[in-house]
Write a protein that binds this ligand. Structure first.
Ligand SMILES: [Mg+2]
Length: 235
């Protein structure tokens, strides 16, 4: 059986297009958040527990803690209604986290070398923590640029503005810049709004979302899609 048919929206791949660059996401796209052990997040989690003082029930707090593996800290705090004291205490502890490494990622990161167009990594989180993960994975040299949408900055730019700026700066047409990620509300939404083709990578635990133009299971499948379909790479 063709391994493409299971996860790729073939009908949409019929229009010929040339891809000149690829933007990739980090968490749940290249690296499984679970690889970072739960104990690693103890400092911010303990800080939030200490300052909770009845704001969230034990159950609600547990549910917020689970989100540490797949949401950025500001999104967790908003979604679960942290009090200002909880927010500040967790923030302070979280922003000093650094990944000592090494990290393995999903085990298919060698495939990044097969994409013969400029690659950009765009990731949301605390700058130093996200940068330390990139180094722990040993993938920095694969990218023309690593851009962190820093939640510790005064103004968080958001992926829509970051992608738009990459297009402007490089004078690429939106349809020639491919966006690859897991999150329909983040990179997939930003890419779609800008008219960039989007690929949702269905890593374990990621729910397929119809808003992405294509779907692949892993980087090998993405590479195969770019080789065999009417989508082609051009440097
Ligand atoms: Mg992600």
């Amino acid at each position: 059986m063709d391994r493409m048919t299971g996860t790729t929206t073939d009908s949409l791949a019929e229009e010929p297009r040339v891809i000149r660059a690829i933007i990739l996401d980090l968490d749940k796209c290249l690296a499984p958040p679970e690889e970072i052990g739960r104990a690693f997040f103890d400092p911010p989690i303990d800080a939030i527990r200490r300052t909770n003082k009845g704001t969230l029930s034990d159950e609600a707090l547990e549910s917020a803690i689970k989100d540490f593996w797949h949401l950025s800290y500001d999104d967790i705090a908003t979604r679960h209604g942290f009090s200002p004291a909880m927010f500040r205490a967790g923030w302070k502890a979280y922003r000093s986290l650094r990944m000592p490494g090494p990290l393995r990622g999903y085990g298919d990161l060698d495939v990044l070398a097969e994409f013969r167009v400029p690659l950009f990594l765009v990731t949301t989180g605390f700058r130093d923590f996200q940068e330390s993960k990139v180094d722990a994975l040993g993938i920095r040299e694969r990218f023309v640029e690593v851009i962190v949408d820093d939640i510790d900055g005064h103004v968080r730019l958001g992926k829509f503005r970051i992608f738009g700026e990459l297009l402007d700066r490089n004078r690429w047409q939106p349809e020639s810049m491919l966006v690859v990620g897991d999150n329909p509300e983040s990179e997939i939404a930003a890419g779609n709004r800008l008219g960039m083709p989007t690929v949702q990578i269905l890593r374990p635990g990621v729910s397929r979302d119809a808003s992405a133009r294509w779907h692949v299971g892993d980087l090998a499948e993405l590479s195969e899609m770019l080789r065999t379909s009417t989508v082609s790479l051009k440097s």
